[in-house]
Design a protein around this ligand. Sequence first.
Ligand code: PEP
Ligand code: MN
Length: 300
Amino acid sequence: MIKKFVKNLSNKNPTKDITIDDKYNKLKLSTANKKVLVKVDKNIIFGGKNIPVIAGPNGVESLQLMRKIAKNLKKNNINLIRGHAYKPLTFPYRSKQYSETQDQGMDWMDIIKDEYNLKVVTEITEIQFLNRVCETADILQIGSRNMQNLELLREVAKTNFPIILKRHFGSSLRDFLGAAEHILVEGNNKLILCERGVSIPHTHRDTSRFALDIQAIPALKEISKFPIISDPSHASFWAPWVPSLTYASIAAGCDGLIIEMHPNPKKSLVDPLQPLNFNQFKDLLKISKRVAKSVNRKIN
Ligand code: PEP
Ligand code: MN
């Protein structure tokens, strides 16, 4: 029935901005038909039945904070911690509050990594930090603001680390996969795509940020065989909406999640409206497991 319906449609390629020419010439690696699994270790695989959860604060603020969070993640059976020590900010002004912990932050991550046996996901913002970040990270994140920083993409790809490439909030899927292609062409196939919200007219207000493009998940799964994960925290910027967006992402077929959490969200040095507290995070995991089961997937 559905097949017949699709056959009768005049638009045979609903992912309109990607043409057949793109598929075979410009995006040949990112749209290749072979399914890709990104393996971080034997238990953490993106793109299979399991949906790994990455959670943690926005910034690596202090060793004490990272210890608290690491302990909570372990309690919840989560093995991937996020936290950025190098951070791009929307506005250039850094204060004592909005500062980066940089190498110091990476040293703290090393400590909790050893103490809690966690894998680290952290952002790489500039090539000059690459060596230090690679000493600690297990997955390198390229943030949305750097999605088309081609020199950065190339150098990060060459490390052969797993990479999370976040979609820019104004980017078409064609441009997103074009950026991904710059990584793949360097021979690094450990690519994880991430939807993190886009700008639409109603988001151009100081009270809201982005809108999670849920539709990008099935669309990307249709045209690309790389894992696609969802970041509902950065999309909504608003903790009360994060659970619904998480469940919707799982139902839409996402292959992983990035959730911001903090023991005391109000005290988070960056974006305090967005992290879940520990209780909210626990509840989110509980319901996520049920949603995942209903679509024949599994959290973790
Ligand atoms: C982040 O993950 O902390 C972040 C800044 O994300 P994005 O690049 O999607 O804004
Ligand atoms: Mn952030």
